[in-house]
Design a protein around this ligand. Structure first.
Ligand code: PLP
Length: 408
């Protein structure tokens, strides 16, 4: 979790940036904590260039005009996330899905081809399948852990490859550095949804990727009380997307959510250290249970890409997926048997959450895979997986909860 390129006194270590980036002592009040700025508009002088700069998405001189572009509190969050990803620029959005929509609609046009990870956040995959073809965009869903499959899927008009690593819910990985080499040689861009990894585990831009997306709703805020998303990349690219899809989609982040998420990020590093250590122990515990027939966690030696995980991740994240015998009966028992772990959707909060994702249902609703792609999904997920998002409870209590659930 240390950045060897950060020399003391120069660029701060990521852990330091997590509590300092985007902040300055407030000139008016001397406040050292972020003061929330709720104003929707800020006064400006006609003709000083601020308006045209903002319209072009160029916010370097902080021309706050209207909060759909950004707002001083939202800007602090954007600067902090850019620092954590070692990026030039970031654009916050109301949700993670809004960041993905801004990326797709700001990057792709009719006649372009998108390659999307065949398994990724359901909202992204469904958006690509149901919305984009109507705008004349061609879509291929490809297993991005198989780089030969990526090479085979490239077309002359491939404009963007959208990855997610580790991908939800399989926790299968994509080699981002290799993917970027393949894409760039072909003149295509690479985006990655890094929500599950967080910048604590992986900094995709350092590996050559062009755009990073996060749902800030998850580990980055980490408290389950604010929706948010962010698009991160080069200044010119993010400025262009802000001026088009960002502003016209209208899914701007609210100042109050930015303030909550800034506060969440203050503890991102210690939270992820705790969550990663607990998840490793829980993955090992589950691997030893007779009723458990498969565990996917990038930190286990049994993970098919354990070597890539060690190369690409500083720690192995807070999600563990596992298969059991008789999963439907177990899922039905869980809400009553679990004392601390909530049976619910979503992930990345301070309280542990579990949900069962049935393979046949996921195929029908979202992934629609067949042949080799379906076989690879089943290699990780069998007939279905319990996706456990590890929280900040004592690991002994989480394991005791799982023990109660797995009892006869
Ligand atoms: C939750 C999630 C999203 C969507 O984020 P929202 O903030 O709910 O819109 C995108 N990608 C991944 C990997 C997620 O887990």
């Amino acid at each position: 979790m240390t950045d060897k390129s950060a020399k003391p006194g120069m660029k701060p270590q990521p852990m330091t940036a997590a509590v300092h980036a985007g902040l300055a002592v407030d000139a008016a009040t001397g406040a050292i904590a972020p003061n929330i700025s709720m104003s929707v508009n800020n006064a400006f002088r006609p003709g000083d260039g601020a308006f045209s700069a903002a319209e072009a998405g160029d916010l370097v001189d902080l021309p706050y005009l209207y909060a759909r572009w950004t707002n001083p509190t939202v800007r602090q969050l954007e600067q902090r996330m850019a620092a954590l990803e070692n990026a030039e620029e970031a654009m916050a959005t109301a949700t993670g899905v809004a960041a993905i929509a801004a990326l797709f609609l700001g990057t792709l046009k009719a006649g372009d081809h998108l390659i999307i990870s065949d398994v990724c956040y359901a909202g992204a995959r469904e958006m690509a399948d149901t919305l984009l073809p109507g705008f004349g965009i061609e879509i291929s869903a490809v297993n991005l852990s198989d780089l030969d499959a990526v090479r085979a899927a490239l077309r002359l008009n491939t404009r963007l490859i959208h990855a997610e690593t580790p991908c939800n819910p399989l926790l299968r990985l994509t080699d981002l550095a290799e993917l970027a080499v393949i894409a760039h040689a072909h003149g295509a861009l690479v985006s990655v949804d890094s929500t599950v990894a967080t910048p604590v585990a992986t900094r995709p831009l350092d590996l050559g990727v062009d755009f990073v997306i996060h749902s800030l709703t998850k580990f980055i805020n980490g408290h389950g009380d604010a929706l948010g998303g962010i698009l991160i990349g080069r200044k010119a690219d993010v400025a262009r997307i802000r001026s088009l899809a960002g502003v016209y989609l209208g899914a701007a982040m609210s100042a109050s959510n930015a303030w909550l998420i800034l506060r969440g990020i203050d503890t991102l590093f210690p939270r992820m250290a705790q969550v990663g250590a607990s998840a490793q122990r829980i993955a090992e515990y589950l691997s030893a249970q007779p009723k458990v027939i498969g565990v996917s966690y990038p930190g286990l030696p049994s993970h098919p890409q354990a070597e890539l995980a060690r190369r690409q991740m500083n720690f192995f994240g807070g999600l563990v997926s596992f298969q059991t015998r008789d999963p439907h009966r177990l899922a039905a028992l869980m809400p009553d048997r679990l004392r601390y772990i909530h049976y619910a959707f979503s992930l990345g909060h301070q309280r542990s959450i579990i949900v069962y994702l049935d393979t046949a249902e996921m195929m029908a609703s979202t992934f629609k895979l067949d042949g080799a792609a379906a076989a690879d999904y089943r290699r990780y997920a069998g007939d279905g997986v319990f996706r456990l998002s590890v929280g900040l409870e004592a690991v002994e209590d989480i394991i005791a909860d799982l023990d109660r659930a797995l009892a006869d």
